[in-house]
Design a protein around this ligand. Sequence first.
Ligand code: NAD
Length: 715
Amino acid sequence: TIWQGAQTTLSLAADGLAIFRITQEGAPFNTLGAALHRDLAALVAEVIARSEIRALLMTSGKPDFVVGADISEFGSLFAQDEAGIIATNAPLQSGFSALADLRVPVVVAIGGMALGGGLELALCADARVVSEKALLGVPEVKLGLFPGLGGTVRLPRLTGVEEAMKMIASGAPVPGAKALAIGLADELVPAEELEARAGALALRLAGDPAGLAERRRLLRGPVAGAEAVDFDRLIAATRKASPPHQPAAVCAAEMMENTSRLSRDEALQIETARFAALARSQAANALTGTFFAERQVKKAAQKAAGDAPRVSSLYVLGAGIMGGGIAWTAARAGMEVRVKDISEAALQKAMEEARRLAAREVARGRLSEEKAQACLARIRTQTDDNGADQADLVIEAVVEKLEVKRQVLAALEPLLRADAVIATNTSSLRVGDIAAALADPGRLVGMHFFNPVPVMPLLEVVRVKATRPEALALAVRCGLDLKKTPVVVSDCPGFLVNRILTAYINAFTRLVAEGVDFRAIDRAMEAWGWPMGPALLEDVVGMDTGAHVIEVISAGYPERMAADYPDVIAAMARAGRLGQKSGAGFYAWSRGSDGRLTRAEDPQADRLVEGLTGGVVKTLSEAEITERLMLPTLLEAICALEEGVVGSAAELDQALLLGIGFPAYAGGALRYADWIGAKALLARAEALCAGPAGAAAAPPALLREKARDNGRFYG
Ligand code: NAD
């Protein structure tokens, strides 16, 4: 070793090959942070000073190379304004270029992941040697960014624009063989030969100055073949594939149309400037924030689960849509499951559905046939109470009727072990009202799954005052074992997600009652970023279910959710317009020969609405519609946080992102509120509250407090 940095070492062999090894002690992975940047700058100086170095091999002391930027430094980076971000990043760019422009050839050995900033570092080398286990990618788009340390410049100069754009826009890494095929890697070698082969290549390049010069000429000039790229098509396709309001990939494509014709150094300058602008975007703010929030939410769940034992025996009551889904998900996770229903037909249907889900996983290569059969064999269906005494946990998913739930659970309870926990999957009843029917109410929690259970990642775990800590912990542990994201909430009408959703749907029905066209509302909300507008959503959910849930939850918040106007969803339900399942709701639905449902306008829906509004028509702009729907939604979220329904802003937002597809670019209701700013939000709420939205837009005390203190919902 001839030199040592904070996270790196440099050694020199007799043949003039210097080996620069990155090893971050005490961390599972190498990441690219300020310390490594400093080491790199020192390395460059060292190599320049030592004429005995003929070639440089850059490698890692860990299985992976460098897995990305040190995201713990993101917060302070993005807190700066554009000029500040440029001032931070420009020297890093120069540092990378100094490495790329060293007198000696540089080769990188990549045995595992080289991602984000890690791949951008590797792109500074003259060549890359990868193993079969290598994984090269630029996932920045998932954080609302494009690679900003030369990635958009160096990548296309190696692979061409099309392949580079694929990697940048998808964020998906490519394995070693693919990297070789697209020109990103120079050699694909067995893992055990990785460093030897990379070192040999470096020395070969040292002995071939003309070859090296040619490589560098290609990397420093414009992108070869850029004139032939159809950028209009590429940009349009990128736009189409991008999630709503996440401009990073399109920005990269538009920028590359320009920068691929420029020299490397001109291109890098533009990249730095554009990156800084993008880093200030709402999407980058939300997606990087969410990245941290996800970890925080997982930690909170782990903590809530404590040392609760694993559920090995699960008893599911009710084999309907939810019970069936829960049974399969649990069996898939290795639990022994008994499902009880009063209807033999329901049990058969649930098993059919489980077999279908199993077959699908087998077809997708996620499960072997043998394991799938083993999962299915773990589900036992029954109409009696057999085996109730073995259950660690009971999940009740019978019909949504308080009396039925109370009766069923009161009858089952005496058969259970004293330490067995009971969970209810009710979506609109109070868990406390169900608990009152039990001899031991302390064993009851809510486990509110979302439909379809095998797919939806969120689980609201509902705590009642009486709930014993061990019961809550067991439910959270079970949620984690089912691979869900459990969020602990307290017992209130609609819990967290449906409560906030109800505020949103009420804002929708109020607007329809004022005479605003529901199609215009759907368009505005889809343009804002929701996967579907509220009218379409109700058609999918089913008007009877929707009307019931809204009525029950709204009744719990009479001060903000009293319906003092004719409710279009209830009216549709009364008229038998149940949505997709009845063939008509807000839209008319028909099933094509391929079995797909298609939607059409339905004049009868308009007639029903006219009956409610007396034919009044009100035209609002997209922005006005958005304000009317989204503000009450944010305010309800703030109320829920204020009341302590959920432990943190991160958990609240994560529940909305995972539970109802809240648009990722906004990052959840509270992150969106922070983006608007408490002062501005308060002013807008006050204005809306004074208008037709009334009490639904009344600013909660917590918002007033934040506005006064210039505070944020995220600390
Ligand atoms: P479902 O109608 O599909 O299934 C209910 C099942 O319970 C039926 O198979 C019925 O035969 C059975 N059942 C009725 N009485 C019973 C009894 N005494 N003992 C055993 N089984 C009995 O309903 P679902 O959509 O699966 O909903 C079940 C629960 O889950 C409800 O509380 C609902 O509010 C809640 N939930 C539903 C959704 C959803 O989107 N469907 C989402 C979250 C929560």
